[in-house]
Design a protein around this ligand. Sequence first.
Ligand code: URA
Length: 229
Amino acid sequence: MKNSYKRVDAHLSSLGYCTRSDAKKFLKMNELTVNKERIYNPSIKAYHDEIKINEKILDPESFTILLNKPAGVICSHNDAGVLIYSLLPQRWNQRKPKISTIGRLDVDTTGAILITDDGVLNHRLTNPKKDISKVYEVDLKVPLKGDEEDIFASGELLLNGEKKPLLPAKLEIISPTKVRLEIFEGKYHQVKRMFAAVGNRVVKLHRVSFDGYTVEDLKEGDYKIIRVN
Ligand code: URA
């Protein structure tokens, strides 16, 4: 776990509490202590874990969050509409380095999405060569025909516009129009395109888990820190 030693104003600005130039004002308005001693001078140096603001420890220097994405929310930093980052504390949007989603979910898809400031982790979990499990609950427009489980498991399904077939995927049938699908890659609109390829249509899509992290215990819009780097 990181524990940097640097100026208090540098801690505050990289964690998004305030800008470096606003640090003096911030220290007047908030009780910031270093080893329990209140300070007013933002140029004092301290370790991250020695600092408290209004008796609370600082946010981690680097972390990964699991969020249960509601429908209608966009996984982007700069599109028009409700952005996923607006569901998090405002200061987290001022952090440096910036937090970003690991991959994306479509605007109408709900469920598990990871958000991190760790670029290496983000790269590792979005690398198409790594078999990262993603489990989806899918509601379908029309009943299954019966051959979908085999087609998805075959490793031979070639989606429109792709050069390589999809990796084998696991289909678990819950009812004729409801399934669980586990895939190990993340091509653009992959689940919707898989069902389009077998003559069906996804009417509702929920990602239950990403890399084993499940949102079954999180309400829509809620999040939790799953890892401190
Ligand atoms: N597949 C899709 O089609 N959409 C998503 O949001 C995720 C996977």
